[in-house]
Design a protein around this ligand. Structure first.
Ligand code: HEC
Length: 174
């Protein structure tokens, strides 16, 4: 998923080309290879607490209702509030990027325009917060996967994903 942002920056032309194929081709030349490449993604499990851990570690010292920092207190990033706070930020910037689009275009990832990420990565970072590479990766991935709340958009979709994984597994075993 973070393929999107990361590979755009990637210098290696062959890899970038492959990413383009993975993302854009409806009928891949080598289906088996593409399926193999997808295996990593398919084995990933959704875990909403991971994103929250990033905020817990980096943000809630200031961003909680009872914070000494009154300017930060109004922007609550504790687990119960963080999702709405982040989607509402900057006049609903992320809400618009994630939900007001009917198609996904190759390379046009929400994270490239996200005002939240701009705030966190601009200059020396926001309020001296230095996110680790891994934390930043998680944030970018979350933004680029359209700000999902729980790893899928519904229980029905979660079941479809399980079925999808099962069907691909049998293709690879052939
Ligand atoms: C050292 C304290 C501190 C930490 C840590 C901190 N912030 Fe802030 N944050 C502030 C203060 C103070 C403000 C209000 C002033 C400003 O906008 O810079 C603020 C404002 C914001 C705003 C703008 C809110 C608005 O309504 O305009 C966002 C978004 C934000 N922080 C996100 C984060 C995120 C995400 C993290 C963690 C990755 C984080 N902050 C960590 C102190 C902090």
């Amino acid at each position: 998923m973070k393929v999107c942002v990361r590979l755009l920056k990637h210098q290696d032309a062959a890899l970038r080309k492959r990413a383009g194929v993975l993302l854009a081709t409806a009928v891949p030349a080598d289906r088996k290879q593409v399926l193999a490449d997808y295996q990593v993604v398919l084995k990933m499990k959704s875990d909403p607490t991971r994103g929250r851990a990033v905020f817990q570690k980096n943000c809630v010292t200031c961003h909680r209702a009872d914070s000494d920092d009154v300017a930060a207190a109004t922007f609550d990033l504790t687990p119960k509030e963080s999702y709405d706070s982040l989607l509402d930020y900057a006049d609903g910037d992320l809400r618009k990027l994630a939900f007001e689009k009917d198609v996904s275009l190759v390379g046009d990832c929400p994270s490239r325009k996200s005002k939240l990420l701009e705030l966190l990565t601009h200059g020396d970072g926001h309020q001296g917060v230095q996110l680790t590479e891994d934390d930043l990766d998680r944030l970018i991935t979350w933004v680029d996967t359209y700000a999902h709340r729980v790893g899928s958009f519904s229980e029905e979709q979660e079941e479809q994903l399980r079925q999808f994984r099962r069907s691909l597994a049998s293709l690879l075993d052939e």
